[in-house]
Structures are given as C-alpha cells and as structure tokens.
Design a protein around this ligand. Sequence first.
Ligand code: ADP
Length: 170
Amino acid sequence: MTPTLTLVQGDITEQSADAIVNAANSSLLGGGGVDGAIHRRGGPEILAECRALRASRYGKGLRTGQAVATTAGRLDARWVIHTVGPVHSAGEDRSALLASCYRESLRVADELGARTVAFPAVSTGVYGWPINDAARIAVEAVRAAGTAVEEVRFVLFDDRAYAAFAEHVR
Ligand code: ADP
C-alpha cells in the first residue's frame, strides 16, 4: 500500500502523529534546526535515550541514511525517529542516501506499528540540499517504500518548502 501523503506548513514539534521524524546528525546528541526544536520541546527524555543508544548499539553514532527510534518525550507522538540526512554535495550524487532516510524511517515506523508519520524536509537546512530536488526525492522515496504506514505528513517550515513539496504531491 502507498500511504496517503499530506502537506502541512508549520513547526513539526507542534504536530500530533504516531511518529515524528528528526533530521538528526550522526552524533544523535542534538543540533540546530529541527533537531534543536525537537529536543527543546520534547524535553530531556529524548536526549537521555539518544545517549543510551550511543553507549550501546550506536557507539560510533548513526550512519547517514539510517534511522533509529526513541521516545517522543513531551511531544504529541509516541516516538521520535531520528535519521541522518546527507550533506548536499555539488560534486557527488548523494540522493540515494537522502532517499534512504525516508525508506529507513518508514521501515522503523513499520517495526513500531506507527500509522501516521510526520517528516521534515531532511537535509534542506544546514545540510544545504536544494528544496525542489529534496522534495522530489522525498516524495519518490515514500511512494516506493512499500510501508504499512497510512499517512505520511510532510511538515514544511516555510512557503518555499511547502510549494516545492506541493509540486510533487498531487
Ligand atoms: P538538516 O541538517 O538535515 O539540513 P535542518 O534541521 O537544518 O536539517 O533543516 C531541515 C529543514 O527543516 C529545513 O527546511 C528547515 O527550514 C526546516 N525546519 C527547521 N526547523 C523546523 C521545525 N521546527 N519544523 C519543521 N521544519 C523545520
């Protein structure tokens, strides 16, 4: 089944969903952008679980394109799924890694039994991915994922990002 794709403009930390995806970095120990907002609003429980992951299975951190879940703390969700997007490169095509973020996040969501999953536009902030290209990759990856998730909601921070995703979700 292909999930229903929906678009929302706003702050992903205000969403209500089974799982909220974090555009994390490989340290799993927080950062700016979506990551900072999720930890601020979700509270210290999320970081505590991230630290525990670093102390156990993810000693070297989470690899680019992979995903792992923690509690959602005080967010209106059951889980946060952390995924690490690739830094955009003009000289190297890293789009398979960006697609992997969506596919792996949905695989984790399936393992958890999540029905609704909210995604930010991974890699389009500090990591510099052009929004139109990122939107195309995101939508194609979700459509190809073969997930049991019923709703994938893209939560876009600004008008431009929203318009870019709207081009591809029709
Ligand atoms: P990355 O490091 O993967 O590029 P960022 O968090 O810097 O991640 O940015 C990813 C995208 O998320 C950008 O388009 C940015 O504008 C957007 N963004 C930043 N804060 C939020 C938020 N609170 N909710 C939704 N999107 C956000």
